[in-house]
Design a protein around this ligand. Structure first.
Ligand code: ADP
Ligand code: MG
Length: 402
């Protein structure tokens, strides 16, 4: 890997365009989990302390609309994120009310050495995510005039070939930020020579997001534990009734193939043996523990059951390496967070190297009150860490290697 690090550069008096990942979950304008802002602080503080003028580029949510005006109107704006960043840094953060327009130009012109500014949600510019190379390049050119140097530290977006992630660093001298370094370092440990037993725990909503990872990790993992919404497709593939649970019927044959492949490679693929079956999808829904063999057709699975919690904890107990992605149930409803809590707890007791990946998993860990330090590493990048583990090329990383 030939990525340059920040420590190779003199940034004093230099205007740095920093691509960060500040894509936090929101409830209206309220930030419900500021983990990604906190994870971005070290690089921002380092650049500022070394006398750089720091201009932060980031996206938030998925703005909708055909042009800039419609998207800016619909939001979400990064303004509350800039305000939170200012609180965490303990100093003012300038905010530009556009991405590459008059406000951005004026904000940049007003920066002194050590100052920090945030530009408005880069996805208000439709070109940011365009498949058209020339449209992205044009936006990248408008952004490049603001800075002397590009630092890529938005790990959660490095799997995207977007203007601020891929095209902009092609136009400027560039380096990888500390967060990107740390993430790549951890994930490479999981893919190169993970110490056995290597236990992978997968949950979350849909198997389609994660089949590629399972396929790639079959090479390396000793056990793969599957729970959460994605487990119902596995259970259905084995012929069980899953009622009204989340099911990706079009993935049953792919899942069947994975199950067979795991068997061929003697990977222990562990599915739930009991489940919490609710009458409907609501925080106060009536619910019972049922065996997978007796799942009622009119119920919906919302969590793993007590026997599965114990089984998964057993399978984790002697692990030397753990990768966990995806909540084991609908953890947003406290009644159905029990399985996720139990697995998180079992992972904190592992005497080995443990990694939590996935936006919702990281949020769940914090929402359930676990100390981040109880885990070896909590990745900020859901899709990015999965694609890395799938063995895919990450455009936002490879561009920094060039
Ligand atoms: P991550 O962001 O950690 O990769 P995902 O986005 O794949 O995780 O999945 C998270 C979502 O999966 C959560 O919103 C959670 O409510 C949902 N989920 C987990 N188990 C179930 C289930 N049994 N039924 C429906 N949704 C579930
Ligand atoms: Mg998610």
């Amino acid at each position: 890997m030939a990525m340059r690090s920040l420590d190779d550069l003199d940034v004093s008096g230099v205007t740095v365009l920093l691509r960060a990942d500040l894509n936090v979950p929101l409830d209206g304008a309220a930030i419900t989990d500021d983990g990604r802002i906190r994870a971005s602080l070290p690089v921002i503080e380092k650049l500022s302390a070394r006398g750089a003028k720091v201009i932060i580029l980031a996206h938030l949510g998925r703005p909708k609309g055909g042009d800039y005006a419609e998207r800016a109107e619909g939001g979400p704006s990064l303004a509350p994120v800039a305000a939170r960043l200012s609180e965490l840094l303990g100093k003012p953060v300038a905010f530009a009310t556009d991405v590459a327009g008059e406000s951005a130009a004026a904000t940049v012109a007003g920066l002194a050495d050590g100052d920090v500014a945030v530009l408005e949600n880069v996805r208000f510019e439709p070109a940011e995510t365009s498949k058209d190379d020339s449209a992205r390049l044009e936006l990248a050119r408008r952004l490049a005039v603001f800075g002397d140097l590009y630092v890529g530290d938005g790990f959660g977006a490095v799997h995207r070939k977007h203007a601020s992630v891929y095209d902009l660093p092609l136009l400027l001298p560039h380096a990888a930020g500390d967060l990107v370094w740390a993430e790549v370092d951890v994930l490479s440990r999981l893919t190169s020579s993970p110490e056995a037993p290597f236990v992978v725990v997968l949950g979350g909503a849909k198997p389609s997001d994660k089949l590629g990872v399972i396929a790639n990790l079959l090479d390396r993992a000793d056990r793969i534990l599957i729970g959460g919404g994605m487990s119902y497709t596995f259970l259905a593939a084995q012929g069980y009734e899953v009622g009204k649970s989340l099911l990706e019927a079009d993935k049953i044959s792919a899942v069947t193939e994975i199950i067979a492949e795991a068997e061929r490679r003697e990977v222990d693929l562990v599915l739930p043996v009991d489940l919490v079956a609710a009458t409907n999808f609501a925080p106060d829904a009536d619910h019972d523990v049922v065996q997978v063999k007796e799942f009622p057709a009119d119920r919906e699975g919302v969590d793993i059951g007590p026997a599965t919690r114990e089984l998964f904890a057993d399978k984790l107990a002697d692990a030397s390496t753990v990768f966990w992605n995806g909540p084991l149930g609908v953890f947003e409803f406290p009644a159905f967070a029990v399985g996720t809590r139990a697995v998180a707890d079992a992972i904190t007791r592992v005497d080995g190297f443990t990694v939590v990946g996935g936006g919702d998993s990281a949020a769940a860990v914090r929402a359930l009150g676990f100390e981040e330090s109880a885990f070896g590493h909590i990745s900020t990048g859901g899709g990015a860490s999965l694609e890395y583990l799938e063995g895919k090329d990450l455009p936002g990383i490879s561009v920094l290697e060039g």
